[in-house]
Design a binder for this molecule. Structure first.
Ligand SMILES: Cc1cc2nc3c(=O)[nH]c(=O)nc-3n(C[C@H](O)[C@H](O)[C@H](O)COP(=O)(O)OP(=O)(O)OC[C@H]3O[C@@H](n4cnc5c(N)ncnc54)[C@H](O)[C@@H]3O)c2cc1C
Length: 396
């Protein structure tokens, strides 16, 4: 029989990739958790490739290893990329990266989001320290430094020391807690789909910058690529209406047929892009993680990687509080998390926004400067080393 009054050290709302990783790592560290998720995760088809993928950095891989899910992810599917090739479609600028230059086996992995979530859910559902409430939603909450209270829509109530909001960009918890969020839509939507190019992907993550937005071909499985094509909302709407053959032709042309003729082999969808950040990552009794705290342009595939690093920093913060026998939800304790997460995230957030704006600008002088900048960077081993360290999440 379900109890109407539940209690835990920490409650997490949202068990997407970020919330589920937080749940597993916090439970492994000995905290008692309740996880509230409004819907069951998408099922994984045995052969079909999901159109939602993420480029997972080495730093995130280490966290997934710590959560003991990396092997399960690899067995389902994780495609390493050993090269990155980036070029400006309106000039001659290009830059290439090679894992061998870093003495690394790869630069990262392309992994379907539902595979990461499924592997984490396998652990989450069987963890003695975690009680999963799904489907469930929070109706009301009263936040406090010592003990917060939540009321679920099914009538149950929960008391906890700390509430974590990992319920994504439209976070209801952020709204209920009245944490303001600055949000600025980009003039771009991202079209995603899966394609089979004529030539193999050569384990390379390719990205071409065009005036309308970047087009990425990300290697997935043996010979397919996951597409992320950022473009004006009108252009994306037109692309969505095309049949598979016509969309394949548009992709082949837009990509200068670098991988030969492209055949669309999966469903497609579009996502509006925005730059968004909560004014505060914390309040008394509350911390925001992942997209609930920040949303960035997907051009360098850093969004969920920032969310995973939030999890690592939060884990560190609450372990320190517990060791010192101080309340997990105390604002002064959570300030350590907020400071560390902002210091880590802000440079990435600013850089992604600047790159988006730099490559959308067709001012002739700026075009010349960015093209020569890319070519100069390509010739400097030092600059490339720093850039790739950042992209792999190894600089912090
Ligand atoms: C086109 C595109 C490409 C991208 N590519 C990359 C990439 O290559 N690399 C990268 O690092 N990032 C990438 N990102 C960003 C990445 O997808 C997001 O940062 C990531 O999905 C955020 O994870 P999250 O767990 O914070 O939020 P979400 O994935 O939004 O998960 C939120 C969870 O909370 C649940 N939830 C929501 N509301 C409630 C509620 N009221 N009650 C209970 N549960 C609730 C949802 O069901 C869900 O399970 C990309 C984004 C886009 C749009």
């Amino acid at each position: 029989m379900k109890s109407d009054h539940l209690q835990a050290d920490i409650v997490i709302v949202g068990a997407g990739m970020v919330g589920a990783l937080a749940a597993v790592l916090l439970a492994d560290a000995g905290f008692k958790l309740i996880v509230i998720e409004k819907q069951l995760p998408e099922k994984i088809g045995p052969d079909s490739i999901s159109m939602r993928v993420s480029a997972i950095t080495r730093a995130s891989q280490v966290l997934l290893q710590k959560a003991q899910v990396w092997e399960a992810i690899r067995q389902m599917r994780a495609t390493p990329y050993t090269h990155m090739s980036v070029w400006d479609g309106s000039g001659s600028g290009h830059i290439d990266f090679d894992a061998a230059d870093m003495n690394q086996p790869d630069l990262g992995h392309i992994i379907e989001n539902n595979i990461i979530q499924a592997a984490l859910w396998q652990r989450l559902q069987s963890h003695a320290q975690i009680q999963l409430c799904c489907p469930a939603e929070v109706d009301t909450l009263q936040l406090a430094e010592q003990a917060s209270r939540l009321q679920l829509s099914d009538g149950r109530s929960i008391q906890c020391e700390l509430l974590l909001a990992a319920d994504g960009a439209q976070s209801k918890i952020r709204e209920l807690a009245a944490v303001n969020c600055s949000s600025q839509p980009y003039d771009q939507h991202a079209l995603v789909t899966t394609v089979q190019p004529q030539q193999g992907h050569a384990h390379t993550a390719w990205q071409k910058f065009m005036p309308g937005g970047p087009l990425a071909f990300l290697p997935i499985a043996e010979d397919q690529c996951s597409i992320v094509w950022s473009n004006s909302p009108q252009q994306v709407e037109q692309l969505l209406q095309l049949d598979d053959a016509a969309l394949g032709q548009s992709l082949t042309e837009a990509f200068d047929a670098r991988l030969g003729k492209v055949q669309v082999c999966g469903p497609r969808a579009a996502f509006p892009l925005r730059l968004q950040q909560a004014d505060h990552y914390i309040a008394a009794g509350l911390a925001l993680l992942g997209d609930a705290a920040h949303v960035i342009h997907p051009l360098a595939g850093q969004g969920v990687n920032l969310g995973f690093s939030d999890v690592a920093l939060l884990l560190d913060c609450v372990q320190q509080s517990r060791a010192a026998k101080r309340p997990l939800g105390a604002w002064v304790e959570l300030r350590r998390y907020e400071r560390a997460a902002r210091a880590h995230n802000q440079p990435v957030i600013v850089a992604m926004d600047a790159i988006k704006k730099l490559f959308s600008n067709q001012q002739p002088l700026l075009k010349r400067l960015r093209n020569s900048g890319l070519n100069l960077a390509d010739k400097s081993a030092f600059v490339k080393h720093q850039l790739i360290k950042q992209a792999m999440g190894l600089s912090a």
